[in-house]
Design a protein around this ligand. Structure first.
Ligand SMILES: [Ca+2]
Ligand SMILES: [Ca+2]
Ligand SMILES: [Ca+2]
Length: 507
């Protein structure tokens, strides 16, 4: 039986061209999803779930368990060499206890490497950034941790070194998981690609993003801490399983804001559930709209197209506050815009001859950390604000113009106004209950209405097929992003193939 047929049973067909890690699956059992911080902070890799999986699946020893997520009863497994991927997936699919099983899809960093022969001078750039730095005068409150879920961070960079998050419960270098969070000697974060405690950036994207987050704070009164969570590899690609690991780590280890400058993936129920867990834990999930120049209200792209109310989806603007030519848009799915063209920020020491190194990059990847930085300054001023309040303030204080009307939900982010408003806003600790709608659900509002956000910001835009559709689940924007980055993706596949000896699907 082919994978196509198996997936058809579930109401849609798996396109073999969709990039995924060969031989790996993500499985969710039908259980009551518990909500709230208490649950999500439970110790990782709940053994109950593992034993259940063993009882159900490991009798024939066909699976290797890579990870379990206690908060949603999700298991990340690898099919043992020699086992037939389709057969094993079919067996899992047929189990009545299984809510879903899906491939371990691959995502990519959302930036563009266009040449900047006419890059603005550093001086011109700084004038564009002035309105952002004006927010710096305000923040003088508590420290706020921002998780940069990306390619890693050069934590030695002059702009970054003193602003790294430090795991105070961990004694470095003693080979012991002192804080019992499941990670040994994790001082600044974790490297989920190589599974080690050194999340150094062997690309440059994550360092650039981190530099932008930190540019929102007053250097004389630093309050932002960067938690480095590497899930994108040397080429800028990463898997759903590693993304979920990173999201889980961020929540359990105290990051209030998660910066997600990546995307281009297929609809993953497991990734959706991981983001819902961040909602229940009162975290702000900033996410890049993507660089395919499409309307994601019509052509969904993931993760930006999920309907999860604590997500702030960010478009890239140029220096005239118009949409950047490459930026995705959509009045429903994209909430605000921020500078994303020729942004000057830190890159790792390997990137120039005389460190500290800097580089101009463009992308919604660069716009998103501005919003994460603004959110951090807001929470520094008013630490008890709920995620939906942070989002509402950022949206309501943004400034629209004729070119943005109808293209994105609101306008260009105004950091000073957002931080000032936050400091004058009474925190509301009551997180409205939220139940995710599956891709086969009809489009509509859910608990988002009770969140009081208005302006269509929280309308479900997961326009998947109705039940049994079988053809509507193609996220064309994701596909076009892949086309845009096809050569890199091909390199990624070759690399993976060489490193892990996987037999890879054509795409
Ligand atoms: Ca630890
Ligand atoms: Ca230790
Ligand atoms: Ca490493």
């Amino acid at each position: 039986m082919s994978a196509w047929l198996l997936f058809s049973i579930n109401g849609f067909a798996l396109d073999p061209n969709i990039p995924h890690v060969e031989g790996e699956l993500i499985i969710k059992f039908k259980t009551q999803i518990t909500s709230g911080e208490e649950d999500i902070l439970k110790i990782f890799a709940d053994q109950v779930g593992f034993h259940k999986l063993q009882a159900k699946l490991k009798k024939d020893d066909s699976l290797e368990l890579l990870n379990s997520y206690a908060w949603a009863d999700i298991h990340h497994v690898r099919i043992r060499p020699g086992e037939d991927f389709d057969q094993v997936m079919g067996k899992i699919q047929g189990m009545e206890e299984v809510e879903y099983v899906e491939p371990n899809y691959i995502f990519s960093a959302t930036f563009t490497t266009e040449a900047f022969e006419d890059a603005p001078s550093a001086q011109a750039f700084s004038s564009e950034q002035n309105r952002f730095s004006s927010a710096q005068a305000l923040g003088a409150g508590q420290n706020v941790t921002v998780a940069v879920i990306d390619t890693g961070v050069d934590y030695t960079h002059a702009d970054i070194a003193s602003n790294m998050w430090i795991n105070s419960g961990e004694v470095p270098g003693n080979g012991i998981d002192d804080d019992k969070n499941g990670y040994i000697d994790d001082i600044n974060g974790w490297d989920f690609v190589n599974n080690d405690n050194d999340p150094y950036d062997d690309h440059y994207h994550g360092t650039h993003v981190s530099g932008i987050v930190l540019s929102l704070q007053n250097k004389a009164r630093p309050v932002i801490k960067i938690m480095a969570l590497k899930f994108l590899d040397y080429y800028g690609y990463g898997s759903t399983g590693d993304a979920i690991n990173a999201i889980d780590y961020a929540v359990r280890n105290g990051a209030k804001i998660l910066n997600n400058s990546w995307g281009g993936g297929f609809y993953s129920s497991a990734l959706r559930d991981a983001i819902v867990a961040t909602y229940n834990a009162n975290r702000v999930f900033a996410v890049a709209a993507g660089n395919s120049a499409v309307n994601i209200d019509q052509e969904p792209s993931y993760p930006p197209s999920y309907l999860i109310p604590n997500m702030i989806t960010v478009a890239a603007l140029n220096s005239s506050d118009n949409l950047a030519w490459f930026s995705n848009y959509g009045p429903t799915g994209v909430h605000v815009g921020a500078p994303g063209v020729a942004i000057y920020s830190a890159v790792p020491k390997e990137q120039c001859s005389v460190p500290p190194c800097y580089k101009y990059l463009s992308g919604t990847s660069m716009a998103t950390p501005y919003v994460a930085g603004v959110a951090a300054m807001m929470l520094s001023e008013q630490p008890e604000l709920m995620h939906l309040q942070v989002k509402k303030i950022i949206m309501d204080t943004s400034v629209s113009n004729a070119s943005l009307e109808g293209m994105i939900g609101k306008g260009s982010v105004e950091p000073s106004d957002a931080v000032t408003t936050a400091s004058n806003t009474t925190p509301d600790g009551n997180i409205p209950p939220y139940t995710p709608s599956s891709i086969s659900d009809s489009i509509g509002l859910s608990a988002s209405e009770s969140a009081g956000m208005g302006c269509g910001a929280l309308v479900d835009i997961t326009q998947g097929p109705k039940n049994g559709g079988g053809q509507g689940l193609t996220p064309t924007s994701g596909i076009s992003l892949f086309l845009l980055s096809w050569p890199l993706l091909f390199v990624f596949f070759l690399r993976r193939q060489m490193r892990r000896k996987f037999v890879l699907s054509p795409f």
